[in-house]
Structures are given as C-alpha cells and as structure tokens.
Design a protein around this ligand. Structure first.
Ligand code: PRP
Length: 183
C-alpha cells in the first residue's frame, strides 16, 4: 500500500519507501564496519520494528542472530504512557553479547531507556540502538542512539511498521496521520 492509497488519512508523506531503503543502506554500511569482528545480536522491538528489521538485517553482509522482544508503552492511543510491560521476552541469553536494538521510532524515549537498563542488567557486553525515526522534541529522557535514520517533527506518524490503533503498518512510506483520524 502506498501513501496515495490512503491520501485522505494523511497530511504529508515524510519519507518514501525508496528514501527509507537508501537510509537503511547507509546505516547498514556503518554497522557492517562497526561490527566486522563481533558476533552481533539484533533485537527487534515488536511490532513496529518488523519492517526495519526485515529490510535492515538483509542489508548486512555479516552473520548475525535475531531475537525479538515485545513491550507495550502506547496502548492503542497516540501518546506514550511511560508504563513498560514485557509481553514477550527474549529467547537469547544476553550475557557477553553485542546487542543492537532495532526500533522503528524513538518518541518519548521511555521504552528504550527501560530496555537499555534491562539489557545491561542481563550482562550484555555492549548495547547500541538503531532507530529509523526519532522525535527530538518529544523525548522525555535522554537515550543514546548510535544509528538514527531521520529526526522528525513531533507529529503522529504511521507506516513502515508504525500504526495507529493497529492500522497502516503495511504502508510502504512513512506519513503524518491526519488529525481527523484520531480526534
Ligand atoms: C512504539 C515504538 C517504540 C515505542 C517508542 O511501540 O515501536 O517501541 O513506541 O515510544 P517511546 O519512545 O515513547 O517509548 P508501541 O508501544 O506503539 O508498540 P508497537 O511497536 O507494537 O506499535
């Protein structure tokens, strides 16, 4: 589904599928250099990071492992609650591992801040973050993110994994949701 198909539900296309692909290629090139000698574990945060993980992981010419974590922070609304709850834990022992957390978006930063602390307590050797999108104006806590795709304005965005009430995740582009949809 392209943004044109839901043009009445969006106000603006922020990044097309092609622009997202090019940006992920850039990030993959950096990660490939940085982790050339390391046994990398990619941890995707469900569900939003599915698209980023699927595309990004296939751009890496490295042998990597992948695991998934599901936490909830938003519910079905448009604002972060700050309450983080584990819905699906990792299958992997993090002790001594080089972990790269793969996220679709950093909004308030609360989810990642919690995850970073949680992973550190499990004995990971290193923990870095890759996020396709980041909203600097929305951040409530500082989170170190080594690989950022795009810094975006503080607007509700959908597509490429990002949902509003579980809709629009399969949109190929990232777009700004029209206020009439959620107000
Ligand atoms: C989104 C996103 C991040 C988190 C970021 O997930 O994927 O995990 O919110 O928000 P924060 O920086 O304010 O904590 P969400 O909880 O909406 O779940 P989903 O990925 O299943 O859509």
């Amino acid at each position: 589904m392209r943004a044109a198909d839901i043009s009445h539900d969006i106000t603006e296309v922020l990044y097309t599928a092609e622009e997202i692909h090019d940006k992920l290629e850039e990030l993959a090139a950096r990660v490939t250099v940085d982790y050339a000698e390391k046994n990398l574990l990619l941890v995707g945060v469900l569900k939003g990071a599915v698209m980023v993980m699927a595309d990004f992981a296939r751009m890496l010419p490295l042998e990597v492992q992948m695991d998934w974590m599901a936490v909830s922070s938003y519910g079905t609304g448009t604002r972060s609650s700050g309450v983080v709850q584990i819905r699906k834990d990792l299958d992997t022992d993090l002790h001594g591992r080089h972990v790269l957390i793969v996220e679709d978006i950093i909004d308030s930063g609360l989810t990642l801040s919690w995850l970073l602390e949680n992973f550190a307590s499990r004995g990971a050797e290193s923990i870095e973050v890759l996020a396709l999108l980041r909203k600097p104006e929305a951040m409530k806590v500082h989170v170190e993110c080594r690989y950022v795709g795009f810094d975006i304005p503080n607007e509700f965005v959908i597509g490429y994994g990002l949902d509003y009430a579980e809709r629009y995740r399969n949109l190929r582009d990232v777009a700004v949701l029209a206020p009439h949809v959620y107000s």
